[in-house]
Write a protein that binds this ligand. Structure first.
Ligand SMILES: [Zn+2]
Length: 315
């Protein structure tokens, strides 16, 4: 029995290649437990969970990486987020069941994949656009790696009933190569081609690497854990309602008796009644004042934390 839910880095020194392995079990089951995904959607979502985790594992960052596909095909949205701490969440939204999991069929011809990396501190977010070319996410991302990093990269993604797993191997940048075996990279690629989806999902990292690279010089580094974890919180929904504005929130409460927000990633429920809303907008003008200011063509989402009745009219 192998360890579960991990990402692990390795080097194939004799081929001047580096690699990453990701195996998701409980993480994957939790991510799909609340939604009855059709098989084709589930397959792509699983590949995306692994691909995003692999992508995140190849870069040093302190923040979150988001892999997102929006399209006009049967699946109109797919999003997976991974933090540097190995917290993963994601979902897919579909209108009809795609006939196949081929990207162009599933997402439509206009679809684009966007990879965003947001650092926790100061840095500008990085955004990369990936053409949805090739039959699957692995093929599309291989092209992305090749063009963005200029490094030959191979990706293998597999999804089974209980696991989603993948492996990435990449040729080392010229300055990091030590063996300078002209056939090294080609050999590594060919060896990896022998890997089956079943092995990828079920075998331990040690077994897998031994199976593939037993005639090469390989080093496997310590595993890091990966887990399903959603970053939603009461604080965040508070912020969202603040953004909507007191009037809008009061209106919803009057019409529906309360505000119910359910997180699409984890099903967590956040509800607000009149008392909660009052506490949320404490210090803001009363509804009556807000109506006045709204009629004066001011933004309805002014959240100036002031008791001043003029606060609805921002200057
Ligand atoms: Zn959540």
């Amino acid at each position: 029995m192998r360890d579960t839910d991990l990402q692990q880095r390795f080097m194939v020194d004799s081929c001047d290649a580096r690699g990453h392995l990701v195996q998701l079990d409980e993480t994957w089951r939790e991510a799909t437990a609340r939604t009855d995904y059709p098989e084709t959607v589930r397959q792509i979502l699983g590949e995306a969970f692994v691909a995003a985790t692999l992508l995140a594992s190849t870069i040093k960052f302190d923040g979150k990486l988001t892999l997102q596909v929006r399209g006009d095909g049967p699946i109109h949205l797919l999003v997976v987020q991974v933090t540097n701490e190995g917290n993963v969440r994601g979902l897919a939204r579909w209108s009809t069941t795609p006939d196949s999991s081929a990207l162009q069929v599933a997402f439509g011809a206009q679809a684009r994949m966007i990879i965003t990396i947001e650092a926790n501190k100061n840095a500008e977010p990085y955004q990369g656009i990936v053409a949805l070319e090739g039959d699957n996410l692995a093929a599309a991302l291989q092209t992305y790696f090749h063009t963005s990093e200029q490094l030959p990269t191979e990706l293998y993604l597999a999804v089974s009933e209980n696991s989603a797993a993948g492996m990435l191997i990449q040729k080392l940048p010229a300055e990091e190569r030590t063996y300078h075996d002209a056939d090294g990279w080609q050999r590594a690629r060919v060896l990896c081609e022998t890997l089956t989806d079943e092995e990828l999902c079920n075998e331990s990292a040690e077994t897998l690497l031994h199976r593939i690279f037993h005639e090469e010089r390989v080093r496997l580094f310590d595993a890091q854990s990966v887990q399903f974890h959603c970053s939603c919180s009461r604080e965040r929904t508070d912020g969202m309602l603040h953004g909507l504005g007191k009037q809008e929130v009061d209106d919803i409460i009057e019409e529906q008796g309360g505000v119910e927000i359910t997180c699409e990633f984890c099903d967590a429920n956040y509800s607000y009644d009149t008392v909660d809303a009052a506490a949320l907008f404490k210090g803001l003008p009363t509804s009556e004042t807000a109506v006045d200011s709204a009629s004066a063509e001011t933004p309805s989402n002014t959240t100036t934390p002031s008791g001043d009745s003029n606060s609805g009219t921002l200057h």
